[in-house]
Ligand binder design. Structure first.
Ligand code: ADP
Length: 260
């Protein structure tokens, strides 16, 4: 990891975990979880790191589906949850702990309580990096998580659409407020390449995230197109970096993994 650790004091930092990276977005549905999954698998497979993936998205935990996690985590002798390993990544999801319909109304302190169990209450072992799939948005829950997890860095995912970019700016401000270094902005759903005529259509506008990153003095981490195989892979629990490791898309995720 290139970034210095954030010197927050009150933390949930866990022994044995070198760096914690949060994947965040200003709003839901922009591809935050998809990014977290493909980044975590790339860090494990391509960068050969020991990687964990923590699904902290209380409003819609999708890691169990996207990583094809079966069953519930077992407990170790000292009553800690043992992460479920998939594609070389140790995974824990808030979906294993709470009822989504209940969690949706939770505020910061409740989220932190659940998160405490998901960090300290888990037998993570030794990890080079823990990727955290954050809840979407920039409210108290996200601020508490960012503060308490002692993040090494935060990565923002946005579509090129104006409204999403406005929310992404809020995400950047949120991390800055709690002194978390921002690793950069990754643009998702950048364009759609027609499989018949090969022409690219910029459905949500073109170049928005790159421009926002430049304006804010942040790294622009790349463009991920709208691609049927990303969606179907998510639904089937096979991340695209596993099903199509040599594709241009997997290359972008791999580059992001190497840059963070
Ligand atoms: P978020 O975590 O921001 O709510 P998700 O990662 O869950 O978003 O993505 C929302 C939906 O969009 C999922 O069904 C996912 O498979 C799909 N999706 C995300 N990125 C892409 C993409 N680049 N191309 C096609 N589908 C995508």
């Amino acid at each position: 990891m290139q970034n210095a650790r954030n010197p927050n004091t009150q933390s949930l930092k866990i022994e044995g975990i070198k760096d914690i990276i949060a994947v965040a977005s200003g709003k839901g549905g922009v591809g935050k979880s998809t990014t977290a999954v493909n980044l975590a698998v790339s860090l494990a497979k391509r960068c050969q790191l020991k990687v964990g993936l923590l699904d902290a998205d209380i409003y819609g935990p999708s890691i169990p589906l996207m990583m094809r996690l079966q069953g519930k985590p077992e407990l170790s002798n000292d009553r800690k949850m043992i992460p479920i390993e998939s594609y070389g990544v140790k995974c824990i999801s808030i979906g294993s702990l709470v009822d989504e319909r209940e969690a949706i109304v939770w505020r910061g302190p409740m989220v932190m309580k659940a998160l405490e169990q998901l960090t300290r209450g888990v037998d993570w072992g030794i990890l080079d990096v823990l990727v955290v799939d954050m809840p979407p948005g920039t409210g108290d829950a996200q601020i508490s998580i960012s503060q308490r997890l002692q993040l090494s860095g935060g990565l923002i995912v946005s579509t090129p659409q104006d409204v999403a970019l406005l929310d992404a700016r809020r995400g950047v401000k949120m991390f800055s407020k709690v002194n978390v270094p921002i690793l950069g902005i990754l643009e998702n759903m950048s364009y759609f390449k027609c499989p018949k005529c090969n022409e690219s259509s910029y459905i949500f506008g073109q170049g928005g995230a790159r421009k926002t990153a430049e304006e804010m003095g942040l790294k622009f981490l790349g463009e991920i197109p709208l691609e049927v195989e990303i969606r179907s892979g998510s639904d089937e629990g096979v991340p695209i970096v596993m099903s199509k490791p040599d594709s241009v898309i997997s290359q972008v995720y791999g580059d992001v993994a190497e840059r963070v």
